[in-house]
Ligand binder design. Structure first.
Ligand SMILES: [Fe+2]
Ligand SMILES: [Fe+2]
Length: 297
């Protein structure tokens, strides 16, 4: 343990510091994603990166033994999750996680101001943020294809859950900002655990393992920046609430995805979220991501 480079994500910040960080993030995000293609809910650099992966596909050396197991359980778990192999659990779990993300952003996209009607730096940041999230769903889709699963459909949630997700972005900032921040933190936590699982489950598939890591890294680097950006919306009281929300939020969300509890130690994931401080993020990710100035030691 040497000197830590970064401070806890829950470190407090003044209003002036947060305003300066919004300006700084806006500079970062424009060069990070490149031009926004609003009609396509896409970004130039992300699109090019995905195309690069699609143009250079890799395949499993040994195809999945029973893809039907995936297709039977990916939208909803039909079998006993304890009866499924870890590879299938990993893949159906990835789909379910990404599906939640997709439903959330679909609801938000039509509610938040488009770029032409974004008059504050916070509005502009939020618009690009959502476009990045759409890119993540495409990257997840590509991960599943890389494992030979090319018949995946993105199925909406039931009407009640879809409605709830649509109301969420209409809430005033003081209600919406803390759960939005904790959701990003939960994403980063899940992605780091998933990254390690690739090593465990794909020992004999080095090409696919490396490709899945490359695809996931594209997402994780964005999400690390989102964690800081969403934290930047929150004042001192909200930060206390956020820390308090980590446990119930992670518990509730991961209860809805039975694969997560089968594959990972959710209690440990909660601790990871509560103590998150960027110090475990590898340098190659830090270099491409964004961290609030007040989280730097
Ligand atoms: Fe995301
Ligand atoms: Fe995100």
């Amino acid at each position: 343990m040497g000197s830590a480079k970064f401070l806890s994500i829950f470190t407090s910040a003044t209003k002036q510091e947060r305003q300066a960080n919004f300006d700084n993030y806006w500079e970062f995000t424009q060069q990070h994603g490149g031009e926004l293609f609003e009609e396509d809910r896409d970004l130039a650099k992300k699109r090019a990166r995905l195309q690069h992966f699609k143009d250079n596909p890799v395949k499993l050396r040994t195809p999945l033994a029973n893809p039907e197991l995936f297709y039977r359980n990916y939208v909803e778990m039909k079998d006993d999750p304890k009866s499924l192999d870890r590879m299938t659990l990993m893949l159906t779990g990835m789909y379910k996680f990404a599906r939640h993300e997709w439903v959330g952003i679909k609801g938000a996209w039509d509610v938040v101001p488009n770029m032409a009607n974004s008059h504050t730096v916070e509005d502009k940041i939020s618009r690009v943020h959502l476009a990045e999230e759409f890119c993540h769903v495409r990257l997840f889709d590509e991960m599943l294809r890389t494992c030979g699963l090319d018949k995946v459909e993105w199925v909406p949630l039931g009407p009640i859950k879809e409605w709830i997700y649509e109301q969420f972005p209409k809430c005033p900032g003081f209600l919406m900002d803390t759960p939005a921040f904790v959701t990003e933190l939960m994403g980063v936590t899940y992605y780091f655990y998933l990254h390690r699982l690739f090593d465990e489950l794909l020992v004999d598939e080095p090409e696919v393992r490396n490709r899945l890591k490359e695809l996931l890294d594209e997402i994780t680097i964005d999400e690390i920046a989102h964690v800081g950006q969403r934290r930047n919306f929150i004042g001192p009281l909200g930060m206390k609430v956020s820390r308090w929300l980590v446990k119930p939020f992670y518990t509730m969300f991961f209860n809805d995805i039975p694969e997560v509890g089968q594959l990972f130690d959710v209690k440990q994931m909660i601790k990871y979220g509560e103590s998150f401080d960027f110090n475990e993020v590898p340098d190659y990710m830090i270099q491409r991501s964004w961290i609030p100035s007040y989280c730097k030691a």
